[in-house]
Design a binder for this molecule. Structure first.
Ligand SMILES: CC(C)(COP(=O)(O)OP(=O)(O)OC[C@H]1O[C@@H](n2cnc3c(N)ncnc32)[C@H](O)[C@@H]1OP(=O)(O)O)[C@@H](O)C(=O)NCCC(=O)NCCS
Length: 183
């Protein structure tokens, strides 16, 4: 059983960004097991991996008041993915910075949903939560994710490419690009 933490409900034109609930687990497990969705990660996630990630999201929400939101389509109530903020907990030049991330289920790609959701969580973080800056990072090969960063006005740190310490240094996903947005 996952003990879900409350998270403010945010709304955009087409989306609701909200705290997690039991009914999100099955579609989130399915999307994280999709090799195409996870092609810029080391491997797709098992059910246990996804449940572990969800538990980790909840503990971050309880500690910081922000975290990964579940993303729902307003029109149908369907769960389509996640976006949100998390404190960087690995050893790097920006440990402790707040990171924005996103993942959308494949049938919903290229409809502007990631951009719409990410723009709202970043706005919320900077304006409502008073954060000074938010980082996003992705494998330099992950052009869809870097497209999201660009589309919401993030700026690449041209000197900020880094080797993710949780991934082997010689892995094809390396290096990561670091993009920032400031208040
Ligand atoms: C990255 C991801 C969330 C994008 O979701 P999406 O809803 O399809 O993205 P959007 O439709 O909102 O597009 C946002 C921007 O990125 C660009 N983009 C999206 N997919 C792209 C692709 N395959 N190739 C190039 N650019 C792309 C769009 O052109 C758009 O820019 P624009 O508004 O200037 O035209 C989705 O591809 C995904 O879930 N990928 C797998 C998970 C992942 O890699 N997450 C990030 C880990 S760091």
């Amino acid at each position: 059983m996952i003990d879900f933490a409350p998270l403010p409900r945010l709304e955009t034109e087409r989306l609701v960004l909200r705290g997690w609930q039991e009914s999100d687990i099955a579609p989130y497990v399915a999307m994280n097991a999709d090799p195409e969705v996870m092609r810029f990660f080391e491997t797709p996630l098992s059910r246990a991996d996804t449940e572990k990630a969800l538990t980790w999201y909840q503990s971050g929400i309880r500690t910081t008041g922000f975290g990964r939101h579940a993303v729902e389509l307003k029109a149908t109530g369907e769960f389509i993915g996640m976006t949100g903020l998390i404190a960087v907990d690995f050893e790097c030049d920006f440990t402790g910075a707040v990171e924005a991330g996103w993942r959308i289920a494949r049938p919903h790609w290229r409809q502007g949903y990631a951009k719409e959701a990410a723009a709202e969580v970043v706005r919320w973080g900077l304006e409502d939560k008073g954060l000074d800056a938010i980082i996003a990072f992705a494998s330099t090969h992950n052009r869809p994710s870097i497209g999201v960063m660009q589309s919401i006005g993030m700026v690449r740190d041209e000197n900020g490419d880094f080797v993710h310490p949780a991934i082997p240094a010689d892995h094809a996903l390396q290096p990561m690009e670091a993009w920032w947005i400031r208040r």
